[in-house]
Design a protein around this ligand. Structure first.
Ligand code: ADP
Ligand code: MG
Length: 361
């Protein structure tokens, strides 16, 4: 018989369940932190809950976990109503931004904690606990760190221990609240790839909270964008980037310049000229056209849809970004090839190559 790898065994521990949040509203002191939120996290999916600070991400995660009660609405795990289940009975694993490891316990004891405190009937044997701890340390690539203490670990290593500890109790779902938020940029990037890999191996339904667009887009199967307690869009990273549902999603996910536009006769007009952007069907009237830096192209002054002055040029990966200041003081960004003959102070025109149109009002 083939030996079962530790990783395969972890994946077998339980079928992934879906999480369904139905019409959840949560009010704090008269102001709603969550408005009628409806969200399904598919079985085995890694969903990023993305939004600016104060948009309700932590509140929604706490409602899912059972750490906070919704004022209205329900939460289902695997189709069964968990709304009234206390946190201890929901079988959720958590990792928070600020390391919550027990400082006086070794790495192995931290990971084993959730199993050791179980009541006797459900508690695995000592050797079984030991086996599982070493399996999990292996999974989070910390084999051999069993006897270290949290103070002897880097920030990234502590968060890896925190994840191993969350997984030790075989949770049905994993809830991660900005787990890399306190770490520096390079470590955060490394941990993204690492978490993606762990997720693929364990197959746990996971909700990952972040305010970092790049982190969400790189890591998640789907992204749920939260703004002022309302879900603006839920979709794949491609969906939310290529087909943003609202101006908020468009501007929150990256640089975008807004232009006044008009939708008339099935066309999008900018400064009275038709722009190469598909008009929404049977819509007319004032609209806003949002352009990413690569939707705009510098052309000689006097040509294009808008005029401006090059006010800055900087390197961005394999491209250059030029900052263009318009007469009304508005600044926008345009992406051009690395080798460019534009220079600061030059007057240019701007052509529109593409964009996303939203009807005003
Ligand atoms: P995020 O995690 O996206 O930064 P939160 O869920 O923490 O946002 O907060 C959403 C809103 O709810 C904020 O306006 C915040 O001030 C408010 N809020 C969160 N928790 C409480 C609380 N315990 N009491 C009062 N207001 C709260
Ligand atoms: Mg938060």
């Amino acid at each position: 018989m083939e030996p079962i790898s530790p990783v395969a065994r972890i994946a077998e521990q339980g079928q992934a369940v879906d999480i369904r949040v139905a019409d959840v509203t949560k009010v704090f002191a008269g102001s709603a932190a969550l408005h009628d939120v409806n969200l399904t996290v598919r079985p085995g999916e890694l969903l990023a809950l993305l939004g600016p600070s104060g948009s309700g991400k932590t509140t929604l995660l706490r409602v899912i976990a059972g750490l906070a009660q919704a004022d209205r609405g329900q939460v289902f795990f695997g189709g069964s109503d968990a709304t009234r289940l206390p946190v201890q009975k929901r079988q959720v694993g958590f990792v928070f931004q600020h390391y919550a490891l027990f400082k006086h316990m070794s790495v192995a004891d931290n990971v084993a904690y959730g199993l050791k405190v179980r009541e006797r009937a459900n508690r695995p044997s000592k050797s079984e606990i030991q086996r599982r701890v070493s399996e999990l340390l292996d999974l989070v690539q910390l084999s051999g760190f069993d006897n270290r203490f949290p103070a002897q670990l880097s920030g990234g290593q502590r968060q890896r221990v925190a994840l191993a500890r969350a997984l030790a109790v075989e949770p049905r779902v994993l809830l991660l609240d900005e787990p890399f938020g306190a770490l520096d940029a390079k470590v955060r990037k490394d941990l993204r790839a690492w978490l993606r890999d762990i997720h693929e191996r364990t197959g746990k339904t996971t909700v990952f909270v972040t305010h970092d667009q790049d982190e969400a887009l790189e890591l998640a199967d789907r992204v749920a964008v939260l703004n002022q307690g309302r879900l603006e869009q839920v979709g794949s990273p491609d969906d939310v980037q290529d087909h943003p549902a609202t101006p908020f999603v468009m501007t929150f996910l990256g640089q975008a310049a807004r232009f006044n536009a008009e939708i008339r006769d099935g066309r999008v007009l900018v400064n009275g000229k038709p722009a190469p952007v598909a008009a929404p069907k049977s819509t007319i009237g004032q609209a806003s056209l949002y352009c990413r830096p690569w939707h705009l192209k510098p052309v000689p002054a006097g040509h294009g849809y808008h005029q401006g002055i090059v006010s800055g040029i900087r390197r961005l990966g394999s491209m250059r970004r030029i900052e263009v200041s318009q007469a009304d003081g508005k600044k926008l960004e345009v992406e051009v090839a690395l080798v460019t003959n534009l220079s600061v102070g030059e007057e240019i025109g701007l052509d529109i190559l593409d964009g996303v149109i939203f009807r005003d009002g």
